[in-house]
Design a protein around this ligand. Structure first.
Ligand code: ADP
Length: 814
């Protein structure tokens, strides 16, 4: 029921009640005779004490009344009915008079107590008022309000009663409705407060001065204080941060002004230092006059959502970063609308610097290499048919015609059981594919190399074994000599092979140090020619050397390495040129570069191999190589050594059969300065020849074969030798044998070579002995260690006879 209707009914009820009371008063006055005249409608009744007119008056008054009036005798028989009663009960007075009132209705008391009280009051006070219900004959229930007055006889005894009956059904209904409405309101209020008090949201009501006039109990969880603490206080007086107070009050004020809702988000730090994120909805509450009376704030804590959102944002950012770092392009296609989205990186994988707008499945397929289209299409269709995923690598052709590789992954996403979207990523796999291919290539070359190496190492063994057999069987000095030469040649080849291998491994590990000095290039090249001469001659080539005059072109180089570079190239020219060919070696200074060119009339190199011949283990024609005894590492060595000198090397050839040219460029030094070294000096020195009466040499090596072969060689060179195989023995033999020279291995059992050297040097007899370290390690650091231990020389195994010869010659001069 609406408020105005309720008000209206209440007012009407009050008025009726007033009128009933008035009527009652009038009746009482008439009855007590204290009234002289009455005005009813237009008629004026003057009352005289003789009651003559009083009856007339009474009946007129009663006839005028809107309420039903029924008079009853002591037995409840009807003795009077006014017109209103006739109307109300649908029976004329003449019909009803003398009958019990049941002919009109059945009276039902709402409670027995009321009935008892009413009867008592009638006898005691001569009147009562009551609310009862009347059940009419037509079955209608009528709620009535009766004012009952006792009728008395002349002795004052109650002999009947007069009932003024008002139909209050309407009012009763209204009251019932009011009660119901009130009940509903109460229930709703209870529900509301249950909801508000148990809600995780904070409810607060604010008055015009922004003071809290209600705060739900949950606030205690946030502020640590019970809700009553907040009442009557503003944000400021509650000590909220000023910035928050300002925003809060402004939002509340806006609701008062605009009479409409507002929202405000804010952060709140609890006393336990927990930062919470809240969003409040501010709702206007209206007074009866329509003005905004208060503002209801409902604040929702969305911290968890905010944290989840933040975590989501972070993981999305991380994903984006990963995708970016991994150079992955992504795309998605709505299968229902055909709408597609592609990242810029996706387009780059297909060779587009600027994004392309019109991607479709057909456009994509048009980019796929024709040879790959069939399987790519099959995989996509399979994925769509099975709602599955796809993963493949395929070639794509860029707009500029170049071929690239892509790596594609993706899946179909369903909505409502139907394929709805295709999500995919794509990455440029070109460099990986190339690297994979290069790796496979390198692996293949390594396998070939190992096969070649095994072959090359085994090759010399057969002739050596044969030569040994010849030496054992034949006493012929000539045959013996030939066999010895054969062994020497094969051993030289093996040593050369192993040297190259060692070099490569040491260079790649960065272990090679250059001992650079100012070098006359003409002298160094001449040395290289000398080194390669036997091979050139053996293959009957002619060599034309066009060298600069001595002392004109200088480079800053490690002379041994420079000779190695040139001699390697010369050997190749000799190897890869059919017998009787021509080799031209020239050197000159050009643009401050020393340029060394080696040109041959040999097999030449096919164009596609030119950029690769410097790669490790590369051989153009493997069948040929084996017969030539190479491993495919010579040019790799050359390039590394040249680069270590700050230079460059390149190969040129018009193709197979056209001969080859190798050109080395090294930075040249100014020619004016005086040369500091004569690199070919050692080699130029006359062959020492074998000493007839050589020095006493002690050979110390734990490898008995090595010790014995060296001792034999020394003996052949005219030396007296003794051997020792560990450090202790070495010291002992040195003391008894007192050799001129000790050839001392470093890695010895019991005492190391260094310790042995120190021990010898500490003895009076050991001061002048020539101590030679024999080791596999020739680094600067190793040489320094030997020197510190007291060695005179440091020789790298295997012992070079020439150097040894020179050493012994020096000793002889002592
Ligand atoms: P190796 O000679 O041990 O095989 P290299 O690294 O010295 O290894 O040379 C690599 C390859 O380059 C050779 O196998 C050969 O095929 C080619 N090559 C080198 N020099 C020449 C040359 N002067 N003429 C023709 N081919 C050459």
């Amino acid at each position: 029921m609406t408020a105005p209707k309720e008000q209206e009914l209440l007012a009407e009820n009050a008025e009726l009640r007033l009128r009933l009371e008035e009527a009652q008063e009038t009746l009482d006055a008439i009855r007590s005779g204290s009234v002289d005249a009455l005005v009813v409608g237009d008629d004026v009744y003057t009352l005289d004490r003789a009651h003559a007119t009083s009856n007339k008056l009474r009946s007129d008054v009663l006839a005028q009344m809107e309420d039903a009036v029924i008079g009853m005798d002591r037995e409840d028989r009807i003795i009077y009915m006014n017109p209103a009663a006739e109307r109300q009960y649908g029976m004329t007075a003449s019909q009803a008079l003398g009958n019990e009132r049941n002919v009109l209705y059945q009276e039902i008391w709402l409670s027995t107590a009321d009935q008892v009280e009413a009867t008592e009051s009638l006898h005691k006070n001569g009147a009562y008022r009551a609310r009862t219900m009347q059940l009419k004959h037509n079955g209608q229930e009528v709620h009535v309000e009766s004012a009952v007055t006792a009728l008395r006889d002349h002795l004052g005894e109650v002999n009947g009663r007069l009932e003024v009956i008002r139909d209050v059904s309407e009012r009763h209904r209204a009251e019932a409705e009011i009660r119901h409405a009130q009940l509903t309101i109460t229930q709703r209020e209870r529900q509301f407060s249950t909801l508000v008090e148990n809600s995780p949201d904070i409810f607060a009501r604010l008055d015009r001065q922004y003071r809290h006039i209600y705060v739900s109990p949950v606030i205690e969880r946030y502020g640590g204080q019970p809700s009553c603490h907040y009442l009557g206080k503003t944000c400021e007086s509650l000590g909220m941060p000023p910035e928050l107070c300002e925003r809060w009050n402004a939002a509340v004020e806006e609701v008062f002004q605009t009479r409409s809702d507002r929202s405000i988000s804010f952060k709140f730090t609890t006393p336990a230092n927990d930062e919470r994120f809240l969003e409040a909805r501010l709702i206007p509450e209206f007074a009866e006059d329509g003005s905004v009376e208060s503002v209801l704030a409902i604040a929702t804590d969305f911290t968890d959502r905010e944290r989840m959102d933040a975590a989501l944002r972070e993981s999305q950012a991380r994903l984006r970063l990963t995708i970016e770092a991994a150079r992955i392009g992504d795309w998605d296609l709505d299968l229902r609308t055909g709408e597609a989205r592609h990242s810029a990186r996706h387009d780059q994988c297909f060779g587009y610097a600027e994004p392309r707008a019109d991607w479709s499945f057909e456009v994509f397929m048009a980019h796929v290499h024709p040879d790959d289209r069939e399987f790519v299409e099959r995989l996509f269709h399979q994925a769509v048919a099975t709602n599955g995923e796809w993963h493949f690598e395929c070639r794509v052709i860029w707009p500029n015609g170049s071929v690239h590789w892509i790596d594609a992954h993706g899946s179909i996403h369903q909505e409502g059981g139907q394929p709805a979207r295709m999500l995919g990523i794509v990455a440029d796999a070109t460099s990986r594919k190339l690297a994979e291919r290069a790796l496979l290539d390198a692996d293949r070359r390594k396998d070939e190399f190992l096969a070649t190496l095994a072959h090359e190492l085994r090759n010399p063994l057969a002739p050596i074994r044969n030569a040994l057999e010849i030496m054992r069987l034949s006493k012929e000095p000539q045959a013996q000599e030939k066999a010895r030469h054969m062994i020497e040649r094969q051993v030289w080849q093996m040593v050369h092979l192993v040297d190259d291998l060692m070099d490569v491994s040491r260079i790649t590990q960065g272990k090679v140090e250059l001992r650079r000095e100012r070098i006359d290039i003409a002298v160094a090249i001449q040395n290289a020619i000398d080194t390669s001469r036997p091979l050139i001659d053996a293959r009957h080539h002619t060599l034309e050397a066009r060298l600069p005059a001595p002392q004109t072109v200088f480079v800053y180089a490690d002379v041994t390495r420079l000779i190695q570079i040139v001699s390697n190239l010369l050997n190749n020219a000799a190897k890869y040129t059919p017998e009787g060919g021509r080799i031209v070696l020239s050197a000159q200074e050009k643009d401050r570069q020393a340029v060394i060119t080696i040109q041959d009339t040999g097999t030449g190199i096919p164009a596609e191999m030119l950029p690769r011949v410097f790669d490790m283990f590369t051989q153009v024609d493997r069948a040929l190589e084996r017969s030539q005894g190479g491993l495919g590492i010579g040019l790799a060595l050359v390039r590394k050594l040249v680069e270590m000198h700050g230079g460059s090397v390149q190969a040129k050839s018009p193709g197979l059969g056209g001969g080859s040219t190798f050109e080395v460029q090294l930075p040249a030094l100014a020619s004016a300065s005086t040369p500091e070294s004569r690199p070919s000096e050692d080699r130029d020195s006359p062959q020492a020849g074998h000493a007839q009466i050589g020095p006493n040499v002690l050979v110390v090596d734990d490898n008995v074969d090595s010790a014995e072969s060296l001792a034999t060689m020394l003996a052949l060179m005219g030396c007296q030798t003794q051997m020792a195989h560990d450090g202790m023995e070495a010291v002992k033999v040195a003391q008894s044998f007192l050799p001129d020279v000790v050839m001392l291995d470093i890695g010895l059992p019991l005492l190391t070579g260094h310790e042995v050297a120190r021990h010898i040097r500490a003895q009076p007899w050991g001061q002048t002995m020539l101590l030679v370290a024999l080791t596999g390690w020739g680094q600067e650091e190793d040489r320094r260690k030997s020197q510190d231990a007291g060695f005179n020389h440091h020789m790298v195994k295997p012992v070079d006879l020439e150097t040894l010869d020179k050493l012994l010659a020096q000793r002889k001069l002592h």
